[in-house]
Design a protein around this ligand. Structure first.
Ligand SMILES: Cc1cc2nc3c(=O)[nH]c(=O)nc-3n(C[C@H](O)[C@H](O)[C@H](O)COP(=O)(O)O)c2cc1C
Length: 171
């Protein structure tokens, strides 16, 4: 599969089998996150693995978009390690870095035959508290991960990519 074929085939999976994810597949996904580019290569990303059990229950109480996945990655960044742009006071690279890491992992998951879904519709402060994470970590995304259920289908928005000419402008 070429990269473009993978990018086109991947879709947000919102229904999962309970089948556990093999550790080597999880390792490949995490490695893709480790290798992601970050500002000044400061690598502020943090990824928390949540498996079925008490922690998953606490997460599910805060966010209903985990879709029964056997694994959820909570992605964020260390606020003490992100790059601060002195030319733009207040700008931090942390959210961008974590987004690239999340994207790498989402695409690597698909390559491993696994589905995932970027979940941003959560109160991340509440999730942070429920997971008992350190104060210096800011969460930016949840990534349910697992084998797509037999009845999983792409959502209606999946096929609605705007045409290239609406995205690209020659200057
Ligand atoms: C920043 C971001 C936040 C998202 N939040 C959610 C979410 O909370 N719940 C959900 O079901 N999908 C969420 N999605 C998935 C998008 O809805 C999905 O990627 C988009 O509709 C395109 O569909 P596709 O991923 O199937 O191609 C999110 C995606 C991104 C990039």
């Amino acid at each position: 599969m070429t990269f473009l074929e993978l990018a086109a085939a991947r879709y947000s999976v919102r229904s999962y089998k309970a089948t556990p994810v093999e550790e080597e597949k999880l390792a490949a996904v995490l490695e893709a996150g480790r290798l992601a580019p970050t500002a000044v290569n400061y690598q502020p990303q943090k990824v928390y693995i949540i498996r079925p059990g008490e922690v998953m229950q606490r997460l599910n109480e805060q966010c209903r978009f985990t879709f029964g996945a056997p694994l959820v990655l909570a992605v964020g960044y260390d606020k003490d390690r992100d790059w601060k742009n002195k030319r733009m006071p207040g700008y931090s690279s942390g959210e961008t870095d974590a987004a690239i890491v999340t994207t790498h992992m989402m695409l690597a998951a698909w390559e491993q035959g696994l589905g995932s879904c970027w979940v941003g519709a959560a109160d991340f402060d509440a999730v942070h508290a429920a997971l008992g994470l350190p104060e210096n970590v800011r969460l930016t995304a949840l990534l349910p991960l697992g084998y797509a259920a037999d009845d999983a289908v792409p959502g209606p928005l999946h096929a609605q990519s705007r045409p290239l000419e609406e995205m690209v402008c020659e200057l």
